[in-house]
Design a protein around this ligand. Structure first.
Ligand code: ATP
Ligand code: CA
Ligand code: CA
Length: 428
């Protein structure tokens, strides 16, 4: 399964980095969180808090296993964002740092970023380039304003921006964000959609051999997929997308995509399960209820991704119903506040009469740190020499956003198909 990475234990090449990241987050976040709440001021958007860790310990930082420096960027802004996204501070820290284990997805994109999942699969740590880091800081105010005005935004939710500096001087920037995919539902197909066609095809033979591949625009069209939404949900989705895309255009951002995971409730989680374990995975309203008292019990520390792996290996021991029914409570807890994440942590299909269907979509707009810089402009120019200038991924942000929006509207059931460029050859 694509989003289940390798657990990083002691001895893993990135263990020290992970340890430092989590220690920094634990101390930085709890420091800020311990202070009295106050309203934000301009300086908060550029603030940096520095921490020095060493094996002896200092006045402000407890001793750590390794020497390193940690920087917390705009801590008050992220504190407010987390609150706005209905994240409980203690819960956040617990998810990330109670066990000091992350699983590493490695580097799935071309960018060289690494992705790590928190133990319970709720959060993703993405390492980013220095330029991306600076860009996020530059747009932080607009982003903050936008998510406050758009509580149901489809854009990635950012919970923290940090840097670890290792003794030999290497600096690693990283951001913490929401995992769009749930720990308790199998994702049957994953797509990364941009609305462009060139280079947007994942080889079907490869996809058939490897479950969990991230498919692209042309696969979506070839397979005849649609986001099945009735008039009500379709209107909500389009309205939110329009607003989010307008921000991307205003901030001069391109190259983002809609990540979408499909869960077919008729298939459920059964693909690798033994028949007698089925009942514990049936959708139950109970799973959506929050039971905070359970969170801290040791018996509930079963790691979601480990569990998923165990499930996939059909290990009956990992499937005692206690562990499984307890698992989802934390994951969906904050999601119930958000329109597009409230059905089992996702957005459920509806028919033309707005009645619920059997698909759950886990979707959001990801990869938001690419401004249309001179490098990208060069790419547009030279790629445009050989290919249709409008169908490559790299076009100016206004055009990128419009094409993205039009394409996504065209793939919603009942959406405007005429918005889809004819040259794709997949239009009706
Ligand atoms: P590139 O710039 O080459 O596209 P990148 O390193 O910037 O790559 P992203 O596009 O942000 O990477 O993400 C790569 C993949 O990681 C996605 O296709 C998706 O499978 C997974 N991913 C990224 N963000 C999330 C998220 N918020 N939730 C779940 N999965 C995610
Ligand atoms: Ca991307
Ligand atoms: Ca990227």
């Amino acid at each position: 399964k694509v989003l289940v990475g390798n657990l990083i234990g002691e001895g893993h090449a990135n263990y020290v980095l992970m340890y430092n990241m989590l220690t920094g987050i634990r101390i930085g976040v709890s420091r800020c969180q311990a202070k009295m709440k106050r309203s934000l001021c301009d300086a908060d958007f550029t603030a940096k808090h520095k921490f020095t860790f060493d094996i002896i310990g200092r006045e402000l930082t407890p001793h750590a296993k390794y020497d390193f420096k940690f920087k917390d960027y705009a801590p008050w802004v992220f504190r407010e964002l987390r609150e706005h996204f209905h994240l409980d501070a203690a819960d956040y820290l617990l998810s990330l740092t109670s066990k000091y284990i992350l699983s590493e997805l490695g580097s799935p994109g071309k960018s060289g970023s690494f992705f790590y999942f928190s133990r319970d699969y709720r959060f993703i740590i993405k390492t980013i380039r220095h330029s991306e880091h600076k860009f996020l800081l530059r747009i932080l105010k607009d982003y903050h304003e936008h998510v406050k005005a758009n509580p149901h935004t489809l854009l990635s939710r950012f919970y923290g921006l940090h840097r670890v500096k290792l003794p030999h001087g290497r600096k690693i920037h990283f951001v913490i964000m929401n995992n769009l995919f749930p720990p308790h539902r199998d994702i049957h197909e994953t797509y990364d959609l941009k609305g462009s066609s060139i280079g947007r095809d994942y080889p079907e033979e490869k996809a058939a051999a490897k479950s969990g591949a991230v498919l692209k625009d042309l696969n979506w069209l070839r397979r005849g997929r649609e986001i099945e939404l009735g008039p009500e949900k379709r209107a909500l989705f389009e309205a939110q997308l329009r607003s989010d895309v307008a921000l991307m255009q205003r901030l001069n951002i391109m190259d983002y995509s809609l990540l979408i995971g499909l869960h077919d409730m008729r298939r459920g989680n059964i693909d690798n399960l033994r028949q007698d374990n089925l009942r514990v995975f049936q959708p139950e309203t109970k799973e959506l209820k929050r039971q905070p008292t359970q969170v801290k019990k040791p018996g509930n520390e079963q790691d979601a991704s480990a569990l998923r792996q165990a499930v996939r290996r059909s290990d009956p021991k990992a499937l005692n119903s206690q562990q499984v029914t307890k698992l989802p409570d934390r994951d969906v807890s904050e999601r119930r506040h958000f329109l597009f994440y409230q059905d089992e942590g996702g957005f459920r299909s509806t028919d033309e009469h707005n009645q619920p269907g059997h698909m759950i979509y886990y979707l959001g707009v990801i990869d938001l740190f690419t401004p249309y810089t001179s490098i990208k402009r060069g790419e547009t120019w030279w790629k445009g020499l050989r290919q249709n200038r409008h169908m490559i991924s790299s076009v100016p942000p206004k055009e990128y956003g419009q094409r993205f929006f039009d394409f996504l509207c065209s793939v919603v059931t009942g959406g405007d198909k005429s918005r889809r460029p004819k040259m794709w050859g997949f239009t009706e």
